[in-house]
Design a protein around this ligand. Structure first.
Ligand code: SF4
Length: 692
C-alpha cells in the first residue's frame, strides 16, 4: 500500500468484483484513492468486505492500462494511437462497410457483466438500432444463462428468489455447485453465521470445499457426486420427497401446476437414490437422508453456482431445483428459495438490460409484437422479431465467413470462453474486431480497434447484484481516458447515422425505466435516497421487492417441469481417463485481468492442477511436479498439487492466468437450452512433464 496520507473526502460506491455487490466508501486524498472502507449501511454487505474488494483496486491505476484509442488495419500491424474522433469515425465506417457488403446480420456485439447497467443498455441499443439486428449477447452466456432459462420456465422470471438477509431465517442450507467462501466471501460469512447458530448444511459438490468442514462448521451431508450428474441427484432428492409423502400438498395445490405429470415422472424407479447411485457415485442412503432433511428440516434454502449451470444439462438442473423447492413449499418467504450466486458484479444486470439475442430488457422475447412496439416507438427504428446470434453461434458463423465484425465490451473471450483454439480462429477470421477494455487482453491481440474503457472508480451508474439489488456506482475521479464508457457506443451509433445521445447515465436509467416494467420505479434519485432497491421496483412495489413469489409466481402458477437425466457426451475414456472441473480462488477474479494487476497475485501466482493422491501416484506425479493436461481439443502445462479434496478420477484447476489457459482444454459441449459451455466436465489425461 502506498502511503498517501489521510483522506480528505469519500464517495460511497460498489465493488466491481463479485455478485455480492458490497458497498464501500472510497476514501480519497485529492485524486488519489487512499483506501476502500466497507460501508456499514451497504444493503448487501452491512459493513463487511473481502480481500478483493478491499485491497484489489490497484488495477485501476496500473501502468498496463491503455489510456488512448488505437487502430490498425491488420492484426499483424503495429497499433497506431489516435484521438477519439478518429477512432470513432474509423470504427463506424468499418461497421458500415461490412454491413453494406455482407448485410446487417454480419455484425454484432458482446456486452460485459463487469460494466454498469447503463453501459450494457447502450451497447444492446447500438446493436439493435444502429447495427439493425439482434446479434447481441452477454458474457452471462458462459455462466448463468441456464439460470435465466430455468427460473423463467418454472417461476416466470430470470432471477434469484430471495435477498441475502433471508439466509438468517434458513433452517437447512443446501449449497450446490458453488464455493461461496472463495467466490462470494461476504455472503459466505452470513451463511456461516447462520450455520453456527444451528442451521443444517448439505453440500452437493465433487470437491470437499472449505464449507464442508471448517472451524465450528461441519456439513451434515457432503454428497461428492460425479461431475455431470447433477440432474440425476436432484431427481433422486425429488423422488424421495414424492414417494415418502413429504410433498407440501397445500402449497402445490394452491400455487403450482403440472404437479401430477411431474410426480408420475419423478416417482419412476429409475429416479430413485438406489437407481442413480451408480450414476452419481453417492451412496443412496446419504441421498435419502439429505433429501429428508431438506424436505422436513424447516425453512430450506438452495444456493447454487456455476457447478450447476455450466453443464450440458445446466438449464434442466435449474428447473430440477425449482421443482424441488415448489414440491416442498420452500418458496415465497424468508429463509427459503432458489438462489443463484452470481459470479460477476453485474451478471444479473447485464441479463436484465436486454443484451440477450432473444430478449429485450426485462426478459421479454423479441417475437412479442407489443413489446417491440414500445422500443420501436421510442427508438424510431424497427426491431427484428427473430432472435440474433448467441456468442458461440457468432464464432461458428465467423469461421463459416458469414459473421464479419464484432464489438466486444469488457470481456476477454479469448481467455474465458471454452475451446480457445476455436475462439481465436473465429476472431482471426473476422474483418473487424473492436475491443473496449482496460487492458490489451488476449482478445485484443485479434483486434483492429482498441477503445480504452474506464475502471469502476471512474464510472457513474448502477450494478445489480445476485439478489436483484440495484446499487449505485459513483465516480471518484474523472475518466482517465477522456471518454465515459457509456458514451462510446452512443458515438459509434451516431457516426453510423443513428441519433443516440444522453447527457448523463441518469438519463439512460430513466429510459430503461420507461421501457422496462420491472424497473419502472427506478431512478438515480430514488437510489440515492434509499441506498439501493431490489427489482421489481414499480407502482406495485415502489421501494423494491426483497423476496419474490410471495403470494403467487410471476408466471401465475409455478410450473413443474419433468427433468429427465441425460448423460453428457463428455465421458472419460481409455485415452482421457480423468474428468477435469474448473473453478476460482478467493484472491483472484475470473480471467485475472484485474486481480493479476494487484498485490493479490502474490497469493495465487499461477493456476495449479489439484489431483487426488491415488491418481497422482499411479502417474508417478509428486506434489509440485509440472504436468501436461490434455483433452481432445488442446493441451496445456501446469503444476500439480496433490489433494484429497478431489475424488479419485476428478482433477480441478482455476482459470485466472492466461499462461496456463485452462480453457485451451475445455470443449465446445454446451447446455442444450442456452449454449452455456460445459466447463465443468472435460475428459482429460494428465501426465508427468518435468520436475519443478
Ligand atoms: Fe467485492 Fe464480492 Fe468481496 Fe464483496 S464479497 S468485497 S462484492 S469481491
Amino acid at each position: 500500500v502506498v502511503e498517501l496520507g489521510m483522506p480528505t473526502r469519500s464517495v460511497v460506491t460498489t465493488c466491481a468484483y463479485c455478485g455480492v455487490g458490497c458497498s464501500f466508501k472510497a476514501e480519497m486524498r485529492g485524486d488519489q484513492l487512499v483506501r476502500m472502507v466497507p460501508f456499514k449501511d451497504g444493503g448487501a454487505n452491512e459493513g463487511h468486505s473481502c480481500v478483493k474488494g478491499r485491497f484489489a483496486f490497484g488495477y485501476a491505476t496500473h501502468p498496463d492500462r491503455q489510456m488512448n484509442p488505437m487502430i490498425r488495419e491488420s492484426i499483424t500491424d503495429e497499433w497506431q494511437v489516435v484521438d477519439w474522433d478518429t477512432a470513432i469515425t474509423y470504427t463506424a465506417r468499418k461497421f458500415l462497410e461490412i454491413q453494406g457488403k455482407y448485410g446487417a446480420s454480419a455484425i454484432g456485439g458482446i456486452t460485459s457483466s463487469r460494466t454498469t447497467n447503463e453501459e450494457v443498455y447502450v451497447v444492446q441499443k447500438m446493436v439493435r438500432a444502429a447495427f439493425g439486428n439482434n446479434n447481441v449477447d452477454t458474457c452471462a452466456r458462459v455462466c448463468h444463462s441456464p439460470t435465466g432459462y430455468g427460473l423463467k420456465q418454472t417461476f416466470g422470471t430470470s432471477a434469484g428468489t430471495q435477498d441475502f438477509k433471508s439466509v438468517a431465517e434458513a433452517d437447512v442450507i443446501m449449497v450446490i455447485g458453488a464455493n461461496p467462501t472463495d467466490g462470494h466471501p461476504v455472503f459466505a460469512s452470513r451463511m456461516k453465521k447462520r450455520i453456527r447458530e444451528g442451521a443444517k448444511l448439505i453440500v452437493v459438490d465433487p470437491r470437499r470445499i472449505d464449507l464442508v468442514r471448517s472451524p465450528h462448521i461441519e456439513a451434515q451431508y457432503h454428497l461428492p457426486l460425479q461431475p455431470g450428474t447433477n440432474v440425476a441427484m436432484v431427481n433422486a432428492f425429488a423422488h424421495v420427497v414424492v414417494t415418502e409423502g413429504l410433498v407440501d400438498q397445500d402449497f402445490v395445490a394452491a400455487r403450482c401446476e403440472g404437479y401430477e405429470e411431474w410426480a408420475q415422472f419423478i416417482a419412476r424407479p429409475e429416479n430413485s437414490p438406489e437407481a442413480t447411485e451408480s450414476i452419481t457415485g453417492v451412496p443412496a442412503a446419504d441421498v435419502r437422508a439429505a433429501a429428508r432433511l431438506y424436505a422436513t428440516g424447516g425453512n430450506a434454502a438452495i444456493y447454487y453456482g456455476l457447478g450447476v449451470t455450466e453443464h450440458s444439462q445446466g438449464s434442466t438442473m435449474v428447473m430440477g431445483m425449482a421443482n424441488l423447492a415448489m414440491a416442498t413449499g420452500n418458496i415465497g418467504r424468508d429463509g427459503v428459495g432458489v438462489n443463484p450466486l452470481r459470479g460477476q458484479n453485474n451478471v444479473q444486470g447485464s441479463c436484465d438490460m436486454g443484451s440477450f439475442p432473444h430478449e429485450l430488457s426485462g426478459y421479454r422475447h423479441v417475437s412479442d409484437e407489443a413489446v417491440r412496439e414500445v422500443f420501436e416507438t421510442l427508438w424510431g427504428r424497427p426491431i427484428l422479431p427473430e432472435p440474433g446470434l448467441r456468442i458461440p453461434n457468432m464464432f461458428d458463423a465467423a469461421i463459416d465467413g458469414t459473421f464479419r465484425a464484432l464489438f466486444v465490451q469488457g470481456e476477454d473471450i479469448a481467455q474465458s470462453d471454452p475451446n480457445t483454439k476455436h475462439v481465436t480462429a473465429a476472431l482471426a477470421a473476422m474483418d473487424l474486431v473492436v475491443v473496449q477494455d482496460l487492458f490489451i487482453n488476449e482478445t485484443a491481440k485479434f483486434a483492429h480497434v482498441f477503445l480504452p474503457g474506464t475502471s469502476f472508480l471512474e464510472k457513474d451508474g448502477t450494478f445489480t447484484n445476485a439478489e436483484r439489488r440495484i446499487n449505485r456506482v459513483r465516480p471518484v475521479m474523472a475518466p482517465k481516458t477522456g471518454m465515459h464508457e457509456w458514451e462510446i457506443p452512443c458515438r459509434i451509433a451516431q457516426a453510423m447515422g443513428y441519433e443516440m445521445s444522453y447527457n448523463n447515465p441518469s438519463e439512460i436509467m430513466d429510459e430503461i425505466a420507461a421501457v422496462t416494467p420491472t424497473f419502472s420505479g427506478v431512478s438515480f434519485e430514488k437510489l440515492d435516497k434509499l441506498g439501493s432497491v431490489q427489482w421489481p421496483c414499480n407502482d406495485a412495489a415502489p421501494t423494491g421487492t426483497p423476496i419474490m413469489h410471495v403470494d403467487g409466481f410471476v408466471r401465475g402458477k409455478g410450473a413443474f417441469v419433468p427433468t429427465t437425466f441425460v448423460p453428457t457426451d463428455e465421458r472419460s475414456t481409455r485415452k482421457f481417463p480423468l474428468i477435469l472441473t474448473t473453478g476460482r480462488i478467493l484472491s483472484q477474479y475470473n480471467v485475472g485481468a484485474q486481480t493479476r494487476r494487484t498485490a493479490n497475485v502474490a497469493w495465487h501466482p499461477e493456476d495449479v492442477l489439484e489431483i487426488h493422491p491415488h491418481d497422482a501416484e499411479v502417474r508417478g506425479i509428486n506434489d509440485g511436479d509440472m504436468v501436461s493436461l490434455a483433452s481432445r481439443v488442446g493441451e496445456t502445462t501446469l503444476k500439480a498439487t496433490i489433494s484429497d479434496r478431489m475424488p479419485v478420477g476428478v482433477v480441478y484447476t482455476t482459470f485466472h492466468h492466461p499462461v496456463t489457459g485452462a480453457n485451451v482444454v475445455t470443449t465446445e459441449n454446451s447446455d442444450w437450452a442456452t449454449n452455456c459451455p460445459e466447463y465443468k466436465v472435460t475428459a482429460v489425461q494428465v501426465g508427468l512433464r518435468t520436475s519443478a
